[in-house]
Write a protein that binds this ligand. Structure first.
Ligand code: NI
Length: 185
């Protein structure tokens, strides 16, 4: 498996729509494996293909041991409302409160191309909505009020300084750190 670079906020690919996968192949399964490895190394709980520079409609999530690879995911139904803090592996160290559906039913194909559904609530529902947004070029900062978004952008520019790179390299994760809190999606 390979650790993939993660594209960050200014990269145009993060704003692109993805393409439906017409048949799950070994190459997609390799991508899924690499995405899981990259997500864990980056201490994330979700990762979408656009974040690693790919346009296949694929994302991975791991929330409270609920681990899923989702190919062509779509939200079938959504209910209720929850507001909570989100971050993103493509916008490190920036957080903001986002209101999303409390519960979603998501339909997708698994790594073998078999259809399945997830009935998700709370953080898993939030994570799925965040990742599916990525697959359509949307980022959590899009949901912030103008004032909060501008403040987040200002902080981002300051953190970045002179660094204009569009990707971040993920280092292998030290096994000893394994119990740290994962918080970016
Ligand atoms: Ni994200």
């Amino acid at each position: 498996m390979t650790l993939l670079d993660i594209w960050v906020l200014d990269a145009p690919i993060l704003r692109q729509d993805t393409t439906l996968v017409s048949g799950v192949t070994d190459s997609h399964r390799r991508l899924i494996d690499d995405m899981f490895e990259t997500m864990y190394a980056a201490r994330g709980i979700g990762l979408a293909a656009t974040q690693v520079g790919r346009l296949e409609r694929i994302c991975v999530v791991d929330v409270d041991k609920a681990r899923y690879a989702l190919v062509n995911p779509e939200i079938v139904t959504s209910d209720g409302e929850q507001t909570g803090e989100e971050g993103c592996l493509s916008i490190p160290e920036i957080y903001g409160d986002v209101t999303r559906a409390q519960r979603v039913m998501v339909r997708a194909l698994d790594r073998d191309g078999k259809p399945f559904e997830i009935d998700a609530t709370d953080l898993l529902a939030r994570c799925l909505q965040h990742e599916i947004d990525h697959l359509h070029g949307r980022l959590f900062i899009d949901y912030l009020s103008l004032v909060k978004r501008q403040a987040a952008m200002k902080k981002w520019r300051k953190l970045r300084g002179k660094d204009k790179s569009l990707t971040r390299t993920i280092e292998p994760r030290d096994a000893a750190e394994h119990h740290d809190r994962d918080e970016e999606l």
